[in-house]
Design a protein around this ligand. Structure first.
Ligand code: PLP
Length: 440
């Protein structure tokens, strides 16, 4: 297997210009400089071809530049690009109707649209406060919900995200996410998820937040940045019961896990649990900036003027969103499910050959490979993980890390078996090489 010369000459020059003018606060794991993409493949400015096993950051749900998405965007471009959100237009309405029709609750839904994940979370926080008249919240360690000051007050993944930005929104208490691979609480129930819910009730709601002033619990159904962590089966049903008992809203942040990523529209559907508000963004418009919340209509009861924005319902983003949902439903959801199962099986085989792989986990095409220093302590092998991502890049595969020591796979939902096979072969080569180099 041959290594690419990356970045090449053109790439290096562009990176130099980037460093001079663009905020260097963006984390860049390696130096990929995009030129163009198609499906699950991308090319850099020096002509090198890569497999994109992360689809942006789980964004290019229908692959890069799907012809139907491009056609929909071009069609709308010829009609109009913007009209004030003070007015009405059909694409905004049609897209919202479509989104409402796939809401994961058995009740009419209403939609508020914004431009990003963090704005979706801000809208959910405000709606929860407004609807309940309460002003405290519960979030989870390892959670990532965005970087504006409201969503950041829930984000609890790395100190660097928060350090230097206080004060942010007050009234958020954090609890451990139920990570069955690295639990931090002693089991009080057979199911670790139920243990966490009991902790919320018996510790947080007893010592910190009066239940009648807890507006909502904000949770990622599968933690994304936190490590692609799948909670135990008892967690969401128990969390729903707790919310019902105290009139607390359940907000599912499906920004990374939603829109078909796990083989269902929303990851929380794997546990037959109905949230009250769903946050969406990332993959919803195949790469155009679009985010929003889908809420029970009975919860979205704020009055005119209470929340709005300039770009809400952007027609180009909505038309891309509509094409995305159609493609996922008609062609890609089943592929996400089947390719997800296929990939998990293939990775289980790879794991047998590589003791550094502690756990392979995920649902659909949201898959994490966790590297450990040894199987007993499960201590994260962060340096090894970083080196594997770097080597995979040099061999022509884009992956991203998540958690302390996992590599995430979140490819386009229409990735083919032959491209996935190619990607996994390269990934295994990278794992072998990093192990041989002595990284841990
Ligand atoms: N919520 C989750 C679960 C995310 O993964 C992210 C981004 O990674 C966000 C919120 C924030 O989205 P954005 O970067 O679009 O603001």
């Amino acid at each position: 297997m041959k290594k690419l010369t990356v970045p090449g000459k053109k790439g290096r020059k562009l990176i130099e210009r980037d460093r001079a003018v663009i905020s260097q606060s963006y984390p860049r794991p390696y130096d990929f400089v995009m030129d163009h993409g198609l499906g699950s493949e991308v090319w850099d400015v020096d002509g090198n071809r890569f497999l994109d096993l992360c689809a942006g950051i789980g964004v290019c749900q229908t692959g890069h530049n799907h012809p139907k998405v491009v056609e929909a965007i071009k069609h709308q471009l010829d009609r109009f690009i913007h009209i004030s959100s003070d007015f009405f237009h059909p694409i905004w309405i049609e897209f919202s109707e479509r989104l409402a029709s796939i809401a994961p609750f058995d009740e009419p839904a209403k939609v508020f649209l914004a431009n990003s994940g963090t704005e979706a979370v801000e809208a959910a926080i405000k709606l929860a406060r407004h609807h309940t008249g309460r002003n405290q919240f519960i979030g989870f360690y390892g959670g990532f919900h965005g970087r504006t000051l409201g969503s950041l007050s829930f984000t609890a993944r790395k100190p660097v995200y928060r350090d230097g930005f206080f004060p942010m929104m007050s009234g958020v208490a954090h609890v451990p996410f139920p990570d069955p691979y690295r639990p931090v609480l002693n089991l009080t129930h057979e199911d670790y998820g139920e243990t966490i819910v009991e902790f919320i009730e018996s510790v947080i709601l007893k010592n910190l937040i009066p239940p009648d002033n807890c507006a909502a619990i904000l949770v990622e159904p599968i933690q994304g940045e936190g490590g692609y962590i799948v909670p135990p089966d008892g967690f969401f049903p128990a969390l729903r019961r707790l919310c019902d008992k105290y009139g607390i809203l359940l907000i599912a942040d499906e920004i990374q896990s939603g829109v078909g990523r796990t083989g269902k529209w929303w990851a929380i559907e794997h546990w037959n649990t109905e949230p009250d508000i769903v946050c969406t963004a990332k993959g919803i418009a195949s790469g155009l900036p679009l985010g929003g919340i889908v809420s029970r209509a009975s919860v979205m009861d704020w009055p005119e003027g209470a929340h709005a924005n300039t770009f809400g319902g952007n027609p180009i983003a909505c038309t891309a969103g509509l094409a995305t949902l159609e493609l996922i439903e008609s062609e890609m959801m089943q592929n996400a499910k089947e390719m997800g199962e296929y990939t998990l099986d293939a990775l289980a085989e790879i794991q047998v050959r590589h003791p550094s792989i502690g756990q392979v986990r995920g649902k659909g095409l949201m898959i994490g490979i966790d590297f450990v220093k040894d199987h007993d302590t499960r201590k994260p092998a962060s340096d090894l993980r970083d080196r594997i991502a770097e080597l995979a890049f040099e061999y022509g595969v884009l992956t991203l890390g998540c958690g302390d020591s996992a590599i995430r796979l979140s490819p386009p939902l229409n990735i083919t078996k032959s491209l996935m096979d190619e990607g996994l072969e390269i990934l295994e080569t990278a794992i072998s090489e990093a192990e041989a180099e002595g990284f841990d």
